[in-house]
Design a protein. Structure first.
Length: 140
């Protein structure tokens, strides 16, 4: 009987090897997938952050430049334009560039884009925002 029991253990080891190797392979693959996901997620986050930062910076430079140009004139029509520019500048300055988990990021970004389009309309400047090759270009 001892020989039968030893053969049974060897047979079970062979049969269970497939299950064991499958489980080990799954665990190894899962660990590699998690690591690859973290790396890919970080790269995507860096790209999106750079894109948003570039866009916000472009709006801020645009607004500050026009604010300086319009402050030199004392025209009544310019006061409304200056007010909208100041609102845009304030929105940009309050935009949390350092908070990657800010839950209203997309909403605030859309508000900034809307205010930018509003000031472009007031200034009679087309706000052609074409996103190509990770740049935003203004058409004047």
């Amino acid at each position: 009987m001892a020989a039968v029991e030893g053969e049974s253990d060897a047979f079970d080891a062979i049969v269970m090897a497939e299950t064991r190797f499958h489980g080990e392979g799954y665990q190894d693959g899962y660990a590699e997938g998690v690591q690859a996901g973290v790396v890919e997620g970080r790269q995507h986050g860096i790209q999106q952050g750079a894109r948003i930062g570039s866009e916000i910076g472009s709006y801020l430079g645009f607004a500050l430049t026009w604010q300086q140009l319009l402050q030199k004139t004392s025209d009544e029509k310019c006061s409304k334009k200056i007010k909208v520019l100041e609102q845009l500048i304030e929105m940009i300055q309050n935009f949390p560039l350092e908070d990657p988990v800010y839950d209203k990021l997309q909403d605030d970004l859309e508000k900034i884009r809307g205010r930018f389009k509003q000031i472009c309309s007031l200034l009679h400047i087309p706000s052609d925002l074409r996103q190509g090759s990770e740049r935003i270009s203004f058409s004047f």
